[in-house]
Ligand binder design. Sequence first.
Ligand code: HXC
Length: 516
Amino acid sequence: MDTNKQLDHLHQLRAEARLGGGQDRIDKQHAMGRLTARERIDLLLDADSFEEFDMFKIHRCKDFGMENTVIPGDGVVTGHGTIHGRIVYVFAQDFTVLGGSLSETLAEKICKIMDLAMKNGAPVIGLNDSGGARIQEGIESLAGYTEIFLRNVMASGVIPQISAIFGPCAGGAVYSPALTDFVIMERLSSYMFLTGPKVVKSVTHEDVTVEELGGADMHSSQSGISDYAASSTVDAIDYIKRLLSFLPQNNFETAPLVPCSDPVDRPSEILQSIIPENPNAAYDIKDVITETVDNGDFFEIKEQFAPNLVVGFARYNGVSVGIVANQPAYLSGVLDIDSSIKGARFVRFCDCFNIPVVTFVDVPGFLPGTAQEYGGVIRNGAKILYAYAEATVPKVTVITRKAYGGAYCVMSSKHLRGDMNYAWPSAQIAVMGSKGAAEVLYGRQARESGDAAAFLAEKEEEYNETVANPYIAAQRGYIDDIIIPSTTRARIIKALGILQNKRDTNPMKKHGNIPM
Ligand code: HXC
């Protein structure tokens, strides 16, 4: 064959491979409102940056007539490319080929790019759309899944791993995305569950739709598996790109420094009066965040899940940080099981990837009640404490109002190796709120006084003045300084600057044993 014919032959084979399961199935995918694997990759990566691997790789199954269904590439498109000029490794399951079901070959392709991503220190992005284990292959498929799970675990804390779910993701297949750092689901198109509605009906007699059982909104607001429910594929892809902009490529790097046009000492007069006169009145902590970060740009993670704790990424003077903040506008910012888990996982992610953590504290305590105690608020609340304690990245804390009891301790306090702990003059740092404290300390005298309400009100006032303020903590050095609210941005930036070369270590160990 002459060279031209060889090239024609190659082009023809490539064109066939690019068609995946064929035009009919591509049309079916489009008719369902879904893009193909290659179209998703095109949206994700910089133009012309994608280099594909294993386009000609085929499965080896000879059972159930599979020798007659051999499609080059076998149900997943893999390779590398760039996003905003930075290298990423990517795999996209191709539903047009046997429903994107996972064969031994398909798993080998995914594992290959995961291994390369690990070796070369770049993020892995998985675009999921698959009917699960390829039924014709049986154990080979299960083995393949498990090889992927192993790599997810080995890569955890080494390179960022991001999963987008665009279609089905069921059975044990859900565990690969669940092991990654961030999961983004497309609304009304994707679902994740261990067992589908039919099995649920036969076992528990519940009638439930696919959407109710494992849709994007459910997982983003209730189970917490999903970090973002995207309104469309484009929205999901944009979210991934923006997320990556805050992250380093791997655990040996720091996130990119972005030129900052926002003055570092920009004061915020709004912060001077943001705390309501009534200590029990709400305000939106996101206003505090956006007032202080560069250009008011805050990228929230898990917005729908446990909104009593806000987490996300932002920048101070161009430095990428993770922000954790109690939200007084939801459940008074109380800590509970879900918010503790949310905060712990986020802080641990930041610590893995050298991203400083800035914490805003306004927390009345842990949520009381049987639901919380039976659900394990002790075990789960310990997680956020553990995460802050073990984190060695720079930790800057600002107490805006309440920091009560155990919740004071766990929210990046000085005692958990907080580096810079600031408080506003409005801060109340105490074992509990003044009402509860007055009742415990003076309940008997109040009953004997003849006017219990007036007696307790007076004692509450006394407690507030004596104990519930930032000065006692500052006298002990647990608060480094009491700062003027309008200067919060400047103080955080200064603190992060001082801490930029921070080195801290934990004792040598195989790994800790975080309460599960
Ligand atoms: C082989 C599969 C497949 C699978 C789908 N296909 N799933 N082939 N193994 N797991 C094929 C179909 O035969 C069909 O081929 C094509 O993909 C498209 O599937 P449809 O059923 O036509 O599509 P749709 O109606 O959209 O339904 C999608 C679906 C359904 C809901 C995903 O296909 C389905 O229920 N599949 C089985 C899901 C499942 O039970 N998987 C195993 C889960 S357990 P043709 O040639 O007709 O186009 C598991 C264990 C993992 O994954 C354990 C890890 C540890």
